[in-house]
Ligand binder design. Structure first.
Ligand code: NAP
Length: 500
């Protein structure tokens, strides 16, 4: 029985290296979206718990910042090795709490392992610049300094990978972390806290406080001693957080929604495009920020592409992600399912033609979980709501166009700017598209998903606020630039004035 993997039936917060019961004995059930089974209870902590965690983090951070970065990195290496040993265990738990199929769960855990080793390498880099000073006998350099106590708020759809994109750069740079995972998916945070402890991360460097965003998340945003908020989630929440952080002059990094498109040009390898579209549209049941929800296809290929997609969509096996045969798992919860259904109605009312799916699966075993059939709309126009709003489910819209210029214009004509993709064999199309597609990530001859951790991850326009997760760019969120001038002339030298 897979539930045997869940050893803890009631979670506690992880504060100052101890498992601490929330100050208020309130809990929410965590439900396996594949079958409706209760996995465990997660505490609904309050502001008091956040305050307690921040006090611990403040003390720990002062010491941690003085540990040489290569030694801080040693801990990350150990974290990476423990995650590697436990990859299968973590992957199965991830599938149980989130629903994504086991193959994808393994991929997500691998992303965390990759991030651990990559950021551990930063312990011997964390490069600044040395530069000539304008005055004689003077030395100038810039270096990265930790910010202090940082807050990370993560969503349910990538409960381990996103947390590693944020916490590992924060740790290697000498910060202490308060982490609030999504209430739907707390098991990855519990498992990671155990790994931090075993890897020898000093007490208080990472603290996990479980609870609702409106309470724990908000208390973190408002806390005067949390100097950075790094958030991934929906635009509504991100906007609220940004407003508060703006008032408090708090650094905030936001990674939010997407409305990602695959462009298929007339010279594309059609079979390759079909595979890329299927993987990015229906993987994780469309519940990825980088999920493909629009196919912008040259009109000459439209019918052939539709036929091939329909034929392949029929083959998608749906069900509990722990069964290796299933290629698409459930939707996270009832609210997610209802939101998708709402958009099906909107699409129909707008005049889009439904070619497949469009309904929740609720017969037999499906009735225990939340499942939705892979769905294809065609004859969608660029201005329809289903073509511009994030649905977050397995719903794909086909938008025909006449040229590359039109395809790029349609791609860019949404408020989001996370990921885009083009299938073409023409080198001129490739270079024009990678220059003109207004997204933070561009794929050529691959779908819209598949980020590697050593490159920056994030989007333009409404997807974010200019910061990036992962890659070296993540260090910018969790460090302050410090400029250092050392004058060894033994006399007062005034910049800009005493220049000979
Ligand atoms: P969400 O509802 O905004 O929740 C995200 C996190 O914020 C959760 O931990 C949530 O806590 C917390 N939260 C909610 N209200 C808050 C508040 N007032 N103050 C502080 N924290 C608060 O988003 P979601 O539905 O979980 O995630 C799906 C969204 O994430 C999609 O829009 C998707 O595109 C986006 N996403 C973006 C990226 C990216 O890198 N661009 C990656 C993955 C996902 P509780 O849920 O526990 O209450």
């Amino acid at each position: 029985m897979s539930n045997a993997l869940v050893t803890e039936k009631k979670l506690s917060n992880f504060i100052n290296g101890e498992w601490v019961a929330s100050n208020h004995e309130r809990f929410a059930p965590v439900i396996n979206p594949a079958n409706g089974e209760k996995l465990l209870d997660v505490p609904l902590s309050t502001k008091d718990d956040v305050d307690q965690a921040v006090e611990a983090a403040k003390v720990a951070q002062k010491e941690w910042a003085l540990v040489p970065a290569p030694q801080r990195a040693e801990v990350l290496f150990r974290i990476g090795y423990i995650m590697k040993e436990r990859k299968e265990h973590l992957s199965q738990l991830l599938t149980m709490e989130n629903g994504k199929v086991i193959e994808e769960a393994r991929g997500e855990v691998q992303e965390g392992i990759d991030m651990a080793f990559y950021m551990a390498g930063e312990g011997r880099r964390l490069f600044g610049h040395t530069t000539p000073a304008e005055l004689k006998d003077k030395f100038a350099m810039s270096q990265r300094a930790p910010v202090g106590v940082v807050g990370i708020i993560t969503p349910w759809n990538f409960p381990i990978a996103i947390a590693t994109w944020k916490s590992f750069p924060a740790i290697v740079a000498g910060n202490a972390v308060i982490w609030k995972p999504a209430t739907e998916t707390p098991m990855m945070a519990y498992e990671m806290a155990k790994i931090f402890e075993e890897a020898g991360l000093p007490k208080g460097v990472v603290n996990v406080v479980f609870g609702a965003g409106s309470e724990v998340g908000d208390a973190m945003v408002e806390h005067p001693d949390i100097r950075v908020i790094s958030f991934t989630g929906s635009n509504d929440t991100g906007r609220q957080i940004a407003g508060k952080c703006g008032q408090l002059l708090k650094k905030v990094s936001l990674e939010m929604g997407g409305k990602n498109a695959v462009i298929v040009m007339e010279d594309a390898d059609l079979e390759l495009a079909v595979q890329g579209i299927l993987w990015s549209a229906f993987g994780t049941s469309g519940q990825r920020c980088t999920a493909c929800s629009r196919v912008i296809v040259h009109e000459s290929l439209k019918e052939r592409l539709e036929e091939r997609l329909l034929a392949e969509m029929e083959k998608i096996t749906i069900g509990d992600g722990l069964d290796e045969n299933n290629k698409m798992g459930p939707i996270i919860n009832e609210a997610g399912l209802r939101k998708i259904e709402k958009y099906i109605q909107i699409g129909k009312t707008e005049g889009a033609r439904l070619l497949a799916g469009g309904y929740a699966l609720d017969e037999g075993d499906f009735s225990k979980g939340h499942y939705f059939a892979p769905t294809l709309f065609t004859d969608v126009t660029a201005d329809m709501r289903i073509a511009v709003e994030e649905i977050f489910g397995p719903v794909l819209s086909i938008i025909p166009v006449k040229s590359l210029d039109e395809a790029i214009a349609v791609n860019n004509d949404v408020s989001f700017g996370l990921s885009s993709s083009i299938f073409t064999q023409d080198i001129n199309n490739v270079f024009k598209a990678q220059r003109d597609l207004d997204t933070g990530i561009v794929y050529v001859n691959a779908g819209t998903t598949g980020a590697e951790i050593h490159l920056p991850f994030g989007g333009t326009k409404g997807t974010g606020n200019g910061h990036r997760d992962s890659g070296q760019a993540a260090l910018d969120v969790f460090t302050e630039w410090k400029a250092v001038y050392v004058d060894f002339s033994g006399k007062l030298q005034r910049a800009q004035i005493d220049v000979e």
